[in-house]
Design a protein around this ligand. Sequence first.
Ligand code: IMP
Ligand code: MG
Length: 182
Amino acid sequence: MKFDSTEEWKSKIKRVIISEEEIRKEIKKAGEYINSLYDGSPILLVSILKGAFVFMADLCREVTVPCEIAFMAAKSYFEGTESSGHVEITMDLKHDISNYHVIIVEDIIDTGRTLNEIKKILGVRDPLSLRIMTLLDKPDRRVVELKADYSLFTIPDYFVIGYGLDYGEFYRNLPYIAEFGE
Ligand code: IMP
Ligand code: MG
């Protein structure tokens, strides 16, 4: 992906659908949910790079109980615009998760295939518990049955950018969530 100018890059940010303020408000509540779940038991927040890096950075600062943070990277293979369900772990966790309550911190659940695979991969490692928290959920697009334990925003079938989410690796740095449009 290449842009001829900043103007061209900007022209594809169609409209803001979730503002910085709305995100901040929901993240506070999401932090309170984590705080109320576990009382001093070992928590591991696991974020899947790269899309969830901004969400993780803001969410973890709303957590006021002991927690550890870890990252893993996965490559989802796509067929056209949809993930195929074939997921390759390109960077794995260093933690033995059998001693932790694991919360997967994800940017968006679309077809559900990527997270469904990751959930299986982590599930067999026998964590004390395994939960999914997602910033965005597009339930209309789901092809495998997968529900997040906590979802901050449910959105229609738009392609969205910003706050960690990309189009061709760009727009992750936008502080809000916008609809992408050609
Ligand atoms: P799934 O396997 O279809 O649920 O795909 C999930 C992955 O596709 C997410 O982790 C994102 O990286 C990407 N994705 C799905 N929808 C969007 C979107 O609207 N904007 C940016 N990335 C998206
Ligand atoms: Mg992602």
